[in-house]
Design a binder for this molecule. Structure first.
Ligand code: CA
Length: 101
């Protein structure tokens, strides 16, 4: 089954309506952490290297409790080293909190 719910986002099979998931490895591998919203991503703090949003728009943040530098997106990213903030720093191993928005 395939369902399209937003521009550029395709959900396949049983993965529909999933929580945003952080992974410490490239391409959604390694240790993971999942939740719809999170004031602190626990063991994945400052470790996330890939992220799946399943079509939801979220804002992620450098600091806990939605603090510090942030980025709003609905994309999935298999390598956060390629995603830069407004200062030119990449987002690998930085995310500490996020929320749907
Ligand atoms: Ca951080």
């Amino acid at each position: 089954m395939t369902a399209t719910i937003a521009a550029g986002c395709t959900l396949v099979g049983s993965q529909a309506a999933s929580a945003t998931t952080l992974h410490d490895g490239l391409n959604y591998s390694g240790d993971s952490y999942g939740a719809d919203n999170s004031t602190w991503v626990g063991s994945l703090n400052d470790r996330a290297t890939s992220i799946k949003n399943y079509g939801y728009t979220i804002s992620w943040f450098n600091d806990v409790n939605y603090g510090g530098d942030g980025l709003r997106t609905y994309n999935d990213y298999n390598d956060l080293r390629s995603v830069q903030d407004w200062q030119g720093y990449n987002w690998n191993d930085r995310i500490s909190s996020y929320k749907r928005s």
